[in-house]
Design a protein around this ligand. Sequence first.
Ligand code: FAQ
Length: 314
Amino acid sequence: METQQQLDDFQARIDAGEKIEPKDWMPERYREQIIRMGSQHAHSEIVGMLPEGNWISRAPSLKRKLVLLAKVQDEAGHGLYLYSAIETLGVRRSELIDQYLYGNAKYSSIFNYPTLSYADVCIIGWLVDGAAIVNQTKLAHSSYGPYARANLRICKEESFHKKQGYEMVAKLAEGTPAQRKMVQSAVDRFWWPTLMMFGPNDSNSPNSAELLKWQVKLNTNDELRQHFVDRVVMEAEAVGLTLPDPDLKFNDETGHWEFGEIPWDEFWDVVKGNGVMNRERMKSRRKAHEDGAWVREAAQAYARKKNLSREKAS
Ligand code: FAQ
């Protein structure tokens, strides 16, 4: 039973900017929210390897292949940092993974879109990693210590991902007419799904109030989305690409770029599992997990053996 005094003391620690660490007292709902959000974040990083992984064997040069291999491996690492951070709350990683492979845990909607050309890989680096950074640099100040620290490490790598993506976009944008067409088509297809990554509008975001109160999230979904749009408009202009939104216009009074209505029906459809690639993505992840069962068993047997010999020696 949580007492009002415990809840007040907890809130006072949050308001004072203290980090909450695994062994500290916390409301059960705080624990549940970090597990929900952090594990969905981890699943997203893992599923997020698939769209770009699709192009590793078809990268246009050895250099591009090496960069892409390293980037996709980084995403796997991000998933592992996040699972480790969430496990500090007493939940097993295998349980979390089961929830998304065989249950109904979510992962980011953006990874349910296909990568039709190599330019899509470049656009993912620029826009998707760019959006992830806007979100995660804030989460690096989140109140839950292990989750904040995982995000700090992730951001350092994501910044590099974004730069390499933007560099490739710039190269294509100044290339042949066919290359320019290819990269513009990728922008056209990824623009709205990228804006959806920030989640529903604030008025439709049931988790935000609690997460903001506990400083798990430091900004609302709409604030971060706006911050991203303000940055990207200038970046698109610099490389001569057009963002596919006729309503995009600068508001002198607010100092922000206004943008058109996000296709929310499409967003909810994808979140519910009906996107173009949802089924394919889950099939690939389940297969990878099941094919890897022997590796997990071998690692566990090795760990048991090591523990046993340590016990005997002591
Ligand atoms: N997709 O009440 P809210 C990356 C769900 S990492 C799917 O607003 P909240 C790296 C939400 O879960 C990208 N579902 O939720 C990379 C909730 O459902 P639930 C992932 C979504 O938590 C780059 C319901 O809608 N980043 O890209 C989405 O306050 C390149 C109501 O929503 C993170 O996960 C969505 N887009 O705010 C990898 C960052 N949006 O659980 C490879 C951490 C919302 O109640 C290549 N997470 N939903 O059943 C967050 O910042 C937040 O969780 C939000 C959602 C902002 C995503």
